[in-house]
Design a protein around this ligand. Structure first.
Ligand SMILES: C[C@H](O)CC(=O)SCCNC(=O)CCNC(=O)[C@H](O)C(C)(C)COP(=O)(O)OP(=O)(O)OC[C@H]1O[C@@H](n2cnc3c(N)ncnc32)[C@H](O)[C@@H]1OP(=O)(O)O
Length: 718
């Protein structure tokens, strides 16, 4: 185990090189910070030290303050666990030191890491280092002076953008903007930095304290205008989170009253935000996401992923073409198979449109787009399948069709080839029933649009081999998805957990609640759109097919409503044909369609569940609860049956697959915030009036009655 802390070496040139050591990313743990203070104090005392260089071990400067400390604060509520860094170490010991300090940056300098670098008197970087202040993504603001020094080093507009979007820049951009003084090859980094530090000590280069600079701040009125605009944007993009507005307020305080005042104000606000629910939720998601890469009996048994270079995708519809897009963008050769040339051409056009769309949105260069498209080949038969490493079937949700395809690919592909299905609902044992390849049949469930949504739900059956799962996890990482491994059942973890989401919303409209109010309330809660707009987007064909699977698997808790059939009868197919609950016109936002209301009235007449024929009266909070508590209830069943490895996997899956607000920590974490016993009592009350759709699960009842949380449970596949 490598040593965690800080080391110092003094060279014969009189330069002390202080190195942060904490694998894997040199996080600034409490011990590291303590040792940094000691080393700096020693270097300042020693007569043989003329100048200092600060760097990180193993090619990475620092990934920032140790996020584990936030978690300890969240668990204990003890804010005194946060060390005093921004004044004691950063201002007094480093920036105001009597000897110059140069940061030698490599790999990454994020959060507190970049903040230490900005307190140095110059920054030299290796090429392609990532520089950023991503603290807002953890529900806090930069806390080691970053809100003050970044605007002073590279101007307000860019600094605000970097902080508000939590998006890093490269060292090359940093050099252009003035954050980095020079870029040098990695091998020369230390040598150039030492020389630079001595040059400052001997006054051959300027000795610059970032906090004292004002030249890039512009006038007060200009600054206020930029901050006003940023506040308006943050209101739109981060409506339920406090840290964005707080960050802008702290920046302004420093501009109005001076950098040192800004640092003090930053420290005060930072401490408040660490304790916020938003920070608790986001920090939970950070660690939960990293935990997904540890899968019992897969990643801990000494297996190595096999290379996957060529993949066949069957079906060029919306999902198949999205999957093909995401693979070719990561340099994986794809054969896209369709049943006739008309469909094949359509599929290829979809892929081209996906790739060119990224170029238009400036997310991909023209050259990279052409390179990606050259990795795609359309086919109409299985001859190209003889040397593929993986097949991903993405045809319509039709059991006999999938069974036929798996029978065929079992024969057409080499024995090592992984046979994956993108089904969102159908039991994998049913899909592979007619084959003898159960050990290599897995689920690769992408979320639409597959080239955009970050989640890859990997489904394993009792027979899937650990090697096949590991290979698919590796492919998931290569294509920049977050793979979450789950067990096999109807709907798997994500769609199964969320099937009561649409159903709960349908039940509410049948009880007389306004459809557009439901969507508004759910959007205000933090989902990007409400359940009805989501249904418009997914299309009603999917809703019916998936609804049928769930009704078959879980008849006791399926709410049957004829709304979707009535919408189809009325010629509506959601966004696909521009008419659903909303009207869709090119270039404008979806508009609620009042002409859908008589259709809903008709459905209400048919279900006839309004008490005494009158609409129920509910608050906005009750709407949220009546839709999301059944989701929590199903999540409990998923956990109880061991479909998810750990509760926090469901949190990650809900955030990345269903866009559940990350600042609420994911569905299970949120449920624990609300309280399992409140959820249990509410479901019990509603089930007495409205039937078994709301019936609390055994797991929830047990947790609620024992006063236990739902999260923090590690499960193993049976
Ligand atoms: C006061 C200050 O202003 C406050 C702060 O500095 S808050 C921290 C700001 N920094 C960040 O938000 C960066 C967070 N980290 C990341 O984004 C990514 O880990 C990274 C880009 C640095 C590296 O990504 P990648 O190479 O894919 O590795 P990744 O798997 O994410 O991380 C490797 C390990 O380091 C850990 N780690 C990464 N950053 C960490 C941090 N700042 N603190 C503690 N642990 C950290 C991860 O949890 C993971 O641990 P594990 O192996 O036990 O699961």
């Amino acid at each position: 185990m490598a040593q965690v802390g800080a080391t110092m070496e003094v060279g014969s040139d009189g330069v002390a090189v202080i190195t942060v050591c904490n694998p894997l990313v040199n996080a600034l743990a409490i011990k590291v910070i303590k040792e940094l203070k000691e080393k700096f104090a020693e270097a300042m005392r020693r007569d043989d030290v003329k100048a200092l260089v600060l760097t990180g071990k193993g090619g990475r400067f620092s990934g920032g303050f140790d996020i584990n400390v936030f978690q300890s604060v969240h668990k204990t509520g003890d804010i005194s666990l946060m060390p005093d860094v921004s004044i004691d170490l950063v201002v007094n010991t480093m920036e105001d030191a009597k000897k110059p300090v140069v940061a030698a940056v490599e790999g990454l300098a994020l959060g507190g890491g970049l903040e230490l670098a900005m307190a140095c008197h110059a920054r030299i970087s290796a090429p392609k280092a990532q520089l950023g202040l991503p603290e807002l993504a953890l529900g806090v603001i930069p806390g080691f002076g970053g809100t003050q020094r970044l605007p002073r080093l590279l101007g307000l507009p860019k600094a605000v953008e970097i902080m508000l979007l939590s998006k890093p820049i490269t060292s090359e951009e940093g050099e252009k903007l003035g954050l980095i003084d020079a870029i040098v090859p990695s091998k020369d980094l230390l040598q150039v930095s030492r020389k630079w530090a001595l040059d400052i000590a001997e006054r051959r280069r300027p000795w610059i304290r970032s906090l004292h600079r004002t030249d890039k701040l512009g006038s007060l009125s200009e600054a206020r205008e930029i901050l006003k605009l940023a506040r308006q944007q943050a209101k739109q993009t981060a409506p339920n989170m406090p840290q964005h507005q707080a960050c802008l307020d702290v920046i302004e305080a420093g501009i109005v009253h001076g950098g040192y005042h800004g640092v003090l104000e930053e420290a005060r606000v930072f401490k408040q935000l660490v304790l916020s629910d938003t920070s608790r939720g986001l920090v939970h998601v950070f660690f939960a996401q990293r935990a997904t890469s540890k899968v019992p009996n897969v990643t801990d048994i000494g297996l190595k992923p096999r290379p996957v270079k060529k993949v066949a995708v069957i079906g060029g519809g919306l999902m198949g073409s999205g999957i093909a897009t995401t693979l070719i963008l990561s340099n994986i050769f794809v054969v896209l198979k369709e049943i006739n040339s008309e469909y094949l051409l359509k599929g290829i056009k979809f892929v081209e449109a996906n790739v060119r769309g990224l170029v238009t949105r400036k997310k991909l260069s023209h050259d990279k787009a052409e390179k990606a498209l050259s990795m795609l080949k359309g086919v109409l038969d299985y001859s190209e399948f003889r040397d593929v490493d993986m097949v991903i079937e993405a045809v319509i949700e039709n059991v006999p069709l999938k069974q036929k395809i798996f029978g065929e690919i079992e024969k057409a592909c080499p024995p090592h080839c992984i046979l994956a299905t993108n089904t969102s609902t159908i039991d994998l044992n049913v899909v592979g029933e007619k084959t003898r390849s159960q050990d290599r049949i897995v689920g690769a469930h992408f979320f639409s649009p597959a080239h955009v949504m970050p989640l890859l739900e990997i489904v394993r059956t009792e027979k899937s081999s650990a090697q096949a799962i590991l290979d698919l996890m590796a492919v998931g990482k290569t294509i920049k998805k977050v793979p979450v491994v789950v067990g096999n059942c109807t709907g798997f973890a994500v769609n199964r957990t969320f099937f009561p989401y649409t159903q709960g919303a349908q039940l509410l409209i049948n009880l007389g609640v306004d459809v557009f109010r439901i969507d508004r309330v759910i959007s205000n809660f933090g989902l990007p759109m409400g359940p009805f707009q989501l249904q418009d987007l997914a299309g009603y064909g999917v809703a019916l097919a998936v609804g049928k699977e769930f009704a078959g698997a879980f008849p006791d808790r399926t709410f049957r409503s004829s709304v979707v059939e009535l919408l189809i009868k009325d010629g509506r197919n959601g966004k696909n044909n521009g008419r659903g609950y909303y009207i869709y016109e090119k270039g404008s936002k979806p508009k609620p369609d009042p002409s859908v209301l008589p259709i809903i009235e008709e459905a209400r007449r048919l279900t006839n569940i309004m008490p005494e024929g009158k609409p129920i009266s509910v608050t906005d909070q009750e709407i949220v609860e009546m839709i999301l508590f059944p989701v929590v209830n199903e999540a409990c069943r998923v956990l109880d049956e061991g479909v998810a490895v750990r509760a926090s996997d469901l949190d990650v899956a809900s955030v990345l697959g269903m866009s559940f607000p990350s600042y609420r920590g994911g569905i299970v974490f949120w449920a624990d915030t609300v309280g399992p016993s409140h959820i249990y009592r509410s479901l019990k009350k509603w089930s007495e009036v409205n039937g078994s759709f709301y019936k609390p699960s055994r797991f929830l009842e047990e947790r609620a009655t024992k006063g236990m949380p739902l999260v923090r449970t590690l499960y193993h596949f049976s």
